[in-house]
Design a protein around this ligand. Structure first.
Ligand SMILES: *Cc1c(COP(=O)(O)O)cnc(C)c1O
Length: 234
């Protein structure tokens, strides 16, 4: 029962941090990143109250979504063009969109699946070369480009902070929030007023800081699914 216990512990911690910074815990979704575990492990997190899961590979999200179709499945990984047709039908939300060439393919796959695909734009706030995503100054033009597609809805922004560096994490998360505030409410020719309600930021080691800066989705893997993280005995 390690997973169920860790899930419950992380959810309680998220609620506590929300209250400490004056936010409503209901505003923050705990995305359990199940990319390293198998289908039965997901069941343990569901038993503990988990309803939203993150995956970074098409080969993982497709069978897991099929096994638990009533839960939310979010795609958070690198997108390969040729796998978009597999990713879209399985995904509630795709967090990692930043390449313009993917937009027509996402739109076509969403149309074929009879849905509008919710997406987040991935932003490389820290400017680290190893990180994927758009530079902040390029996000507005990208959103304007996405506006042309009927079956795509941009709902927010996503970022990853460099690991083990609290000061940079702080700057990264506040930078993403500032960008959201700047672009939210933009009136687009096709979709009308842009509502950037989601900020996907924060992982096992930096989610507290992300919540402080307005995260609405924290993506937590190891703190739920790995034995290296042990909640204190109660
Ligand atoms: C793996 C992953 C996470 C979760 O990371 P942990 O450190 O295990 O919490 C979050 N976001 C993305 C994009 C990931 O690939």
């Amino acid at each position: 029962m390690g997973i169920a216990r860790r899930y419950a512990y992380v959810r309680a911690q998220v609620d506590e941090v929300c209250r400490a910074v004056g936010r409503d815990p209901a505003e923050v979704k705990l995305l359990a990143v199940s990319k390293t575990v198998d289908v039965p492990a997901v069941a343990e997190a569901i038993a503990a109250g988990g309803h939203a899961f993150g995956e970074n590979r098409p080969d993982q999200i497709v069978p897991k979504q099929a096994a638990y179709p009533n839960e939310e499945w979010h795609f958070i990984g690198n997108i390969q063009s040729r796998r978009i047709k597999d990713i879209v039908p399985a995904s509630t939300l795709i967090h990692s969109v930043y390449q313009a060439s993917h937009l027509p393919k996402i739109d076509a796959a969403a149309q074929a699946a009879g849905k509008v695909q919710d997406i987040l734009v991935e932003v490389n706030v820290s400017g680290e070369e190893s990180k994927s995503g758009l530079e902040p100054h390029a996000v507005r033009a990208f959103i304007e480009e996405a506006d042309a597609y009927d079956h795509i809805r941009v709902c927010g922004l996503m970022t990853m902070a460099p690991r083990y560096d609290e000061e940079t994490a702080e700057k990264t998360f506040s930078g993403l929030a500032a960008l959201r505030n700047e672009l939210d409410g933009l009136v687009l020719p096709h979709h009308g007023e842009l509502v950037l309600s989601e900020l996907s930021m924060g992982m096992s080691e930096d989610w507290q800081c992300a919540i402080k800066h307005g995260a609405t989705i924290v993506r937590i893997g190891r703190a739920i699914f790995s034995d290296e993280f042990e909640p204190p005995e109660d």
